[in-house]
Design a protein around this ligand. Structure first.
Ligand SMILES: [Zn+2]
Length: 201
């Protein structure tokens, strides 16, 4: 979201101080952190110099591309040359569980298609708008050929919520100390509460 640059860089330092490696793909059981940003705010482009050496993944809402406050096509293309990977965050940021079947398929397939056309490679990951998902959303995303689906439920990358549905820990509002606890799984205590709010059958 709109994380101030100073806080972001301080979080990066804390992650490194705690002995974690920043990676574009998690390959080990422990000791790696992958950084993701949702929505594609333009602030990312303004920080391009600072972000150059940090692998990050950005989930784009395709309808927002080029709108005020969001990344434009040329900015996305430039960021793609400096360690930034892009994936889908739907077309319109609608709550996916409340979409009709037709709308849901469109949100998933059309955002993927547009990003693939823009970037010239396969788009493999989806992140649910507002973290909301359902059994139908999971199945529709698999059918649309997404390999990874990111929820906003806390915990380890290796402990999937459902097959292909990954956990993420939201840290943009955390203090340094809270971030340290989060790196050790401290947000797990919220899992059940968030699961009830974010997942519908
Ligand atoms: Zn979002």
């Amino acid at each position: 979201m709109s994380t101030p640059l100073a806080l972001f860089l301080s979080h990066i330092n804390t992650i490194k101080e705690e002995g974690y490696e920043l990676v574009s793909e998690i390959t080990k059981e422990y000791g790696q952190v992958k950084i993701q940003f949702d929505d594609g705010f333009r602030g990312l482009y303004d920080c391009i110099e600072e972000l150059k050496d940090i692998p990050i993944e950005v989930f784009l809402v395709t309808d927002y591309i080029g709108k005020e406050g969001y990344l434009s096509i040329s900015e996305i293309k430039e960021l793609a040359t400096v360690n930034v990977a892009f994936s889908s965050h739907s077309c319109s940021h609608k709550d996916l569980p409340t979409c009709s079947t037709t709308e849901l398929i469109y949100e998933l397939k059309e955002s993927k298609r547009q990003l693939e056309e823009l970037l010239g490679h396969e788009i493999k990951a989806l992140c649910y708008p507002r973290g909301l998902f359902s059994h139908q959303v999971i199945e529709a995303a698999k059918a649309a050929n997404y390999k990874k689906q990111y929820s906003s439920l806390p915990g380890s990358y290796h402990n999937q919520v459902f097959p292909q549905v990954y956990r993420r820990n939201l840290v943009q509002f955390l203090t340094k100390n809270e971030l340290k606890h989060t790196l050790r799984g401290g947000q797990l205590i919220f899992f059940k509460r968030y699961f009830k709010r974010q997942y519908s059958q």
